[in-house]
Design a protein around this ligand. Structure first.
Ligand SMILES: NC(=O)C1=CN([C@@H]2O[C@H](COP(=O)(O)OP(=O)(O)OC[C@H]3O[C@@H](n4cnc5c(N)ncnc54)[C@H](O)[C@@H]3O)[C@@H](O)[C@H]2O)C=CC1
Ligand SMILES: CC(=O)C(=O)O
Length: 316
């Protein structure tokens, strides 16, 4: 029997979306990639440009610009459309504008007959992922936000740099809001099985003050980059490709995504960054770390900040 071709539809081909499509092509992840944007000329131009790189790609990807009807046969729709932060703005400042944009987008996706998985990257990502879940009527496990996937990558990169260890061997997580109230899970951060806190105790060239600075740099990374070049896009694009692969290849990989929590970490009815097992059906389950008392308090604060905004957008 012929295997059905897998299709990803990208909505929003701005900085983040076009970087995502470039990374998708370079990694040969999907057989079909459809580009949609309000600015049709931009997505048409991107499709042409990307196709000209095809001879250098590891595998063929059929890429074209299209309309929402293309979502009908999509396995995954990735949404990167909407406003981004201007210098000095927080992610949460974007909530009203992007929720309005999302209502129209999700209605059009669902009108096509789409029945796959939606990935959300647009900020504030935790609130907009909740909005997509509400607007779409899809099961909670099939709506996934990029959450703290990027923050965790930044964290692993900076820790790898500090300890001079391949970042892929650093196991450490950022959870909570993708934003100012996120937190590092130091109680479960290790390198090659050794807790980072033990390494700090044993080796005098490393210290806690440096670790705290590393976290601050992770939390504030978007501000630092936006001040310099107006937007961030390569890191999140690669994180989104990683998530796309985990789904299409049924990996059962643990990634820190914005997942719906229903009692896990003592909170409910919220999308928030947590480690979750991701496979072909979306989020298989949320992984619950036993957090330290301080981490629990910080997670609760982050969840409460998100909950307040979520309740103002979706009063119960
Ligand atoms: N989750 C994460 O870790 C990250 C999220 N972001 C977020 O991603 C979003 C996109 O950022 P950029 O690509 O830099 O912005 P951008 O302004 O470059 O691109 C946004 C695109 O959305 C399109 N668009 C707007 N309304 C639309 C609609 N109704 N239908 C279809 N397309 C529409 C625009 O035409 C534009 O091409 C922002 O909200 C930004 O904050 C950015 C970096 C990291
Ligand atoms: C913009 C954004 O959300 C980030 O780079 O983390």
């Amino acid at each position: 029997m012929n295997k059905r071709v897998n299709r990803v539809v990208l909505i929003g081909t701005g900085f983040v979306g076009s970087s995502y499509s470039f990374a998708m092509l370079n990694q040969g992840v999907a057989e079909e990639l459809v580009l949609i944007d309000l600015n049709r000329e931009k997505s048409e131009g991107d499709a042409m440009d990307l196709n000209h790189g095809m001879p250098f790609a590891p595998a063929p990807t059929k890429i074209w610009y299209g309309g929402y009807e293309e979502c009908q046969h999509a396995d995954i729709v990735v949404i990167c459309a909407g406003a981004n932060q201007k210098p000095g703005e927080t992610r949460l400042d974007l909530v009203e504008k992007n929720t309005r944009i999302f209502k129209g987008i999700v209605e059009q996706i669902m009108a096509s007959g789409f029945d796959g998985i939606i990935i959300v990257a647009t900020n504030p990502v935790d609130i907009l992922t909740y909005a997509v879940w509400k607007f779409s009527g899809l099961p909670k496990e099939r709506v996934i936000g990029s959450g703290t996937i990027l923050d965790t990558a930044r964290f692993r990169f900076l820790l790898g740099d500090y300890f001079n260890i391949d970042t892929r061997n650093v196991h450490a997580y950022i959870i909570g809001e993708h934003g100012d109230t996120e937190l590092p899970v130091w109680s479960h951060a290790d390198i090659g099985g050794k807790p980072i806190k033990t390494i700090i105790d044993e080796q005098e060239q490393y210290n806690l003050a440096d670790l705290e600075q590393i976290f601050t740099n992770v939390r504030d990374a978007a501000y630092h980059i936006i001040e310099r070049k107006g937007a961030t896009y390569y890191g999140i694009a690669m994180g989104l490709v990683r998530l796309t692969k985990a789904i299409l290849q049924n990996e059962n990989s643990i990634l820190t995504v914005s997942a719906y929590i229903d009692g896990e970490y003592n909170h409910n009815d919220l999308y928030i960054g947590v480690p979750a097992i991701v496979n072909r059906n979306g989020v298989r389950e949320v992984v619950e770390f036993s957090l330290s008392e301080e981490e629990n308090e910080k997670f609760s604060h982050s969840a409460n900040v998100l909950k307040k905004i979520k309740d103002s957008v979706f009063p119960s």
